[in-house]
Design a protein around this ligand. Sequence first.
Ligand SMILES: Cc1ncc(COP(=O)(O)O)c(C=O)c1O
Length: 364
Amino acid sequence: MHIELDAPSLGRIEKDYVTKVIDSGFVSTFGPFVSEFEEKFAGYLNIRKAVSTQSGTAALHMALYEMGIGDGDEVIVPALTFVATVTPVIYVNARPVFADVERDTWNIDPKEIERCLSSRTKAIIPVHLYGNPCNMDAIMKIAEKYKLLVIEDATESLGAVYGGRYTGTIGDLGCFSFNGNKTITTGGGGMVVGDDENRLDHIKFLVNQARDESRGYYHPEIGFNYRMTNIEAALGLAQMERLGIFSEKKRRFSEIYREELDNTLDVSFQGQYGGAASSWWLTCVTFSEKTDLPSLQKALREKGVPTRRVFMPVTEFPPFANDDHVFTNSREIYERGLCLPSSTLNSEDDVYYVCKTLKELLSS
Ligand SMILES: Cc1ncc(COP(=O)(O)O)c(C=O)c1O
């Protein structure tokens, strides 16, 4: 038995597609797979346009840049997220303003968004943490009331649904990541999606060094080298063919974890809103304060079960530590939370083994 935390599943289709790229010689940013991947991705999400990038971080950077967010502007972000939600705000010279998350869902608390508002607020970046959709109805209402932009950080939530729509397609722009540990991977890559084709066309132009190809090497604006390569897009296309299988596996794993662990041994899961369905990118839980997480992780590791701590609140990192507000829920979830093995390489039996091992350790 070999259990993986979040490793990707790569097989025959991926090999075939990548071999095609190598045989064609078009391994870099020129080649047909990039636009095919973008079209397939937009089609899956039922949205007008998708533009690929080098990473999810680059996607978030381009979304903020395209929306004209910059000097003196404030962007509301959750305190509990991966740091890459926040660094792009700094890249555009804006100021991140941190909101605490809800204890139940682990996602940005709409009441906290209201606390963070100022005359400089321009945008909100809700993060669907670990695949679990945020309260988008409340967030979109606040955005409408105060005329704010919403850029969804859907990097972890490909396939998650809120109110009948995929996460990433509800705000003004949505950003995805295809890092090696995500539900589908291109090795490293990202996507910006939206319904405003003009904006997306402009992002496509920006990520290609702002090159006006009709005039050769002519660059009327400052651009970026944020393009996805043909070889990465080939991997992405192959993975899209298996997305349905991956999503179903992750959903089933989370169901087993709940059946086996919920309401027992002080384990609690992320709560979901009515009408929301998580992508269960990673199934994560919190334990009561009597559980020592480092010791539990060590004991699990010795029995072949890898786990990962929940993100440390971004507000605790030196570049962001000047906000003296106390982010009680973010801190508590970090202190008590663990991500459980959720790789699509695992079998249902692996997940049952994780549950059995966890139960034994917690009751010993
Ligand atoms: C919440 C969140 N935001 C942003 C990113 C950035 O994505 P990438 O690693 O592709 O740059 C990630 C993933 O790594 C993430 O988990």
